[in-house]
Design a protein around this ligand. Sequence first.
Ligand SMILES: C[S@@+](CC[C@H](N)C(=O)[O-])C[C@H]1O[C@@H](n2cnc3c(N)ncnc32)[C@H](O)[C@@H]1O
Length: 244
Amino acid sequence: MTVENEHSFNLLTQKVIAEYNKGNQDAWGNEEQGLLEQAITRFSGKKCSILDAACGDGRLFKYQTGFAKITAVDFNETMLERAREIARQLEILDKVDFVNQSLKELSIPQVDVILASHFLQHMTRKDARIIFQKFKETLKIGGLIIILTVFSPHKTDRYKKSYFDGENRIEKDITEEEFNLIAEAISANKFSSDAAEKPTMSISLGTFSELLYDNGFRILQFETFHVMKNGEAKDVCVLAERIE
Ligand SMILES: C[S@@+](CC[C@H](N)C(=O)[O-])C[C@H]1O[C@@H](n2cnc3c(N)ncnc32)[C@H](O)[C@@H]1O
């Protein structure tokens, strides 16, 4: 991945977040933090292990300090380097294993909790199915998976791409086929995007049900947040337990 591509992708992410935070700098973080803390404190401090799946720059490590062991997986080396630095600052380096691997090839010892934050929306359903199968193998029975992602309040998933046209961020509805093409190209490049286009899938309850129930998970909590001006929630936090 070139530094230039990575920079434009991160810039886009930052601008999108800034847009949702308009007027309240901490809105995004606050809502997410509350939901995450609720979920993580159920297991924290009990000598439990957690997988931070697609950990990115490690921004969520600060909620995981109560775990005895953290496995941080990401296929992007630059992200893992940043995550290592955050772990160093939090003084938890000794209990974090960094794994530079695609979640599609995930192969680590079983854990008590999986944190799956903000990557599902950028991958094809085919890849998501492969990864949830891996999550099933990786989570202990009775273990918890925490998913944060983009929500579709409609009966079906919705697909968009966003990009910058000069200073303006353009967001367009696209077909699943177009989404798949862009998402596959980004995945092949380990998350860089040559065209600086960001594909996002809003995930419907039906798709969550398919990914979770088919892999032996039971949904415990389904909480939408980041409500937008049109009254629709943009994101969702799903807690599910592996029951078989
Ligand atoms: C938007 S970031 C989210 C990072 C973090 N989970 C968070 O919530 O801040 C998405 C991350 O997913 C990683 N990623 C995407 N697909 C992946 C895959 N198949 N295997 C491993 N990492 C992946 C990317 O490298 C990137 O760091």
